[in-house]
Design a protein around this ligand. Structure first.
Ligand SMILES: [Zn+2]
Length: 94
């Protein structure tokens, strides 16, 4: 499997580290205990497209959001996490 890093171009998967589900959001400090249990322990196992966090440790050290099909491992998109977060903030404002 290869990932097309937005900074470095196509690279072998051995240069990257999977860092988790990119769809979970950290609860606020005033959130109830069950929200923290869900955040720490509960993950979906989707059959199809999923967004994941990857880290390019042997390259540019960028955090990436990879949209990958869990069944076929096809990769639809690789974006810098900072850009994804910026776009989400802009969408929340509008
Ligand atoms: Zn890179």
């Amino acid at each position: 499997m290869r990932l097309n890093c937005p900074c470095c171009g196509p690279r072998g998967i051995e240069e990257f580290t999977y860092r988790g589900d990119a769809t979970v959001h950290r609860p606020g400090t005033d959130a109830p205990a069950h929200a923290w249990v869900d955040y720490v322990y509960l993950r979906d196992n989707p059959d199809g497209w999923h967004r994941e966090l990857w880290y390019h440790g042997a390259g540019c050290h960028a955090w990436l959001v990879v949209t990958r099909n869990m069944r076929t491992h096809e990769i639809a998109d690789v974006a810098r996490a900072v850009d994804v977060a910026r776009q989400a903030r802009e969408n929340a404002r509008s």
